[in-house]
Write a protein that binds this ligand. Sequence first.
Ligand SMILES: [Fe+2]
Length: 263
Amino acid sequence: MKILHLSDTHLTGDDRLLFGSSPRERLAAAIDAIRRDHADASFCLFTGDLAENGALAAYRQLADLAATLPMPCHFLAGNHDARSQLLQVLAPDHPHSQSFVQQVIDTEQGRFLLLDTQRKASARGELCETRRAWLREQLEAAAPEQGFWLVMHHPPLALGIPSMDQYALEQAELLWETLRPHRQRIRHILFGHVHRAISGSWHGIAFSCCKSTNHQVALDLVTRSVDVPGSHDAPGFSVILIEPERVVVHHQEFLAKGSAFFL
Ligand SMILES: [Fe+2]
């Protein structure tokens, strides 16, 4: 099974540039690359910050672009998003619980749990008791052999980039407490928010973060400031190959120029 992970599209709803590039044009370029090379993917996950400022027009831009893809797309909210506008445009019929943007996707390679970590008026991530209960319910209700994927916007750990670590999931320990009894069945954690290609493990569970389709965070392991150092590194998305015994995450940049060649 192949799936695609895109994140932090930061669409503005118009053609404004954001940090020197057009979020709409860059997402369109990503979608062209997907249509050309990955049309066989089962689905696309968009892990939040879909819009820069939660504008209805931004979600319409995303809906229009996503409609050109041959596979289903599933969306999460990030700290820049407005849940009601997102749901109104992108998932008007979806049975989202408790008005959170979260859902369960069953696949041949396990159950994907899309967990909403947005906290009102904050860049930090939140796992409130309602969402924690939802997560626990999904984990406990499944058959013992059921594998899981956890998908969210905020990382549940510090990644060594101080300016972003201050905006990670606040209740990471509570998340771990919830996951711990099921740790053997959690195949991978996917998140966005950090605008970089990052992989590693947390409490022994593999994770990966994908780049933004528009602007990147700098690999600055020193600066401690409210504002986040940015970078003009190339944008990208992830291509994830999944079989029973392996998970492979490829980080694909999609603006490369020049003709193809053999090594
Ligand atoms: Fe973002």
